[in-house]
Design a binder for this molecule. Structure first.
Ligand code: DC
Length: 223
C-alpha cells in the first residue's frame, strides 16, 4: 500500500505537471483523477449518452478501465481499445466533463476505484491529484496540499500547454466544478501552496519538502 500524497487545485494551477515531476523524482505512482472523469466524458459523448442522466452516465463507468495508468512517465489513456490520450484534452471533452463529474453516483464509483488503486500500488508513495482528493478520496493522507495560483497565471499556464485555450471556458469550468466540490479554499489541515510567484522547479521542491516533513519516506533523488 502506497502512502498517499493528495493534491487538489483548479485548472491551470500546475498541479498535474508538478505532481508528475514529483512522482518521477521520488519514484512514486501518479494518479490523474481528472483524466478518469475525462475518459468517462469521452465515452459518454462517443456513445451519445445524455450527460444529464445520472443512471446512464453511471452505467458508462463500466466502459472505462479501473486500471488507470499510474506511471508518471507513461500516461496513455484508453477507453476500450481506443487511445483517447489526446482526445480527452480537446475542447469537446473539456466542455462536457463538468456535467459528468457532478453526478454523486459517478463520483463515488470513481472514488472507490481510486482508493483501490492506491491500496494495491507497491511503490512507496502515490500522488493522487484532482479536486476532492484532500477532502473526500483521501482525507487521512499524511500529505494534503491545495495547489493554487491566481486566475491570470492559471490561464497563461493553460494557454502555454494547449494552443488556443479559451480563457472564458476555463473559468466557467472552474465555477461549475467548484459548486460540486470546494477546491478553491483549503480544508482544515490542508496545506495551501500558492505557486503564482514560484517557478516550476520551486513548486516541485516545495511539494517534496512537504513530503519530507510529513512522511518517513526518503525524498533523496533516485530513491
Ligand atoms: O484536472 P482536470 O481539468 O483534467 O479535470 C477534469 C474535470 O474533472 C474537471 O473539470 C473537474 C473534474 N474532476 C472532479 O470533479 N474531481 C476530481 N477529483 C478530478 C477532476
Amino acid at each position: 500500500m502506497s502512502v498517499i500524497v493528495a493534491i487538489d487545485g483548479p485548472a491551470g494551477s500546475g498541479k498535474s505537471s508538478v505532481s508528475k515531476a514529483v512522482a518521477k523524482q521520488l519514484g512514486f505512482g501518479y494518479l490523474d483523477t481528472g483524466a478518469a472523469y475525462r475518459c468517462l466524458a469521452w465515452a459518454c459523448l462517443d456513445s451519445g449518452v445524455d450527460l444529464e442522466e445520472e443512471d446512464a452516465v453511471a452505467h458508462q463507468l463500466a466502459t472505462i478501465a479501473d486500471d488507470r495508468p499510474l506511471n508518471a512517465g507513461d500516461q496513455r489513456h484508453t477507453v476500450g481499445s481506443v487511445d483517447v490520450t489526446d482526445a480527452i484534452r480537446g475542447p469537446e471533452v473539456s466542455a462536457a466533463v463538468s456535467q459528468v463529474a457532478k453526478h454523486p453516483r459517478v463520483r463515488s464509483g470513481l472514488n472507490d476505484s481510486f482508493r483501490a488503486l492506491a491500496a494495491a500500488d507497491a511503490r512507496p508513495g502515490i500522488i493522487i491529484e484532482g479536486r476532492d482528493i484532500t477532502t473526500v478520496v483521501a482525507p487521512d493522507a499524511p500529505v494534503r496540499i491545495l495547489l493554487t495560483a491566481d486566475e491570470e497565471t492559471r490561464i497563461a499556464r493553460r494557454q502555454a500547454e494547449i494552443d488556443g485555450v479559451d480563457a472564458g471556458a476555463l473559468i466557467a469550468r472552474d465555477r461549475a466544478d467548484s459548486k460540486v466540490v470546494d477546491f478553491m479554499s483549503a480544508a482544515d489541515g490542508v496545506w495551501t501552496l500558492d505557486t503564482t510567484r514560484l517557478s516550476f522547479d520551486q513548486s516541485v521542491e516545495a511539494v517534496i519538502d512537504l513530503i519530507a516533513r510529513h512522511t518517513d519516506i526518503s525524498t533523496e533523488a533516485g530513491q
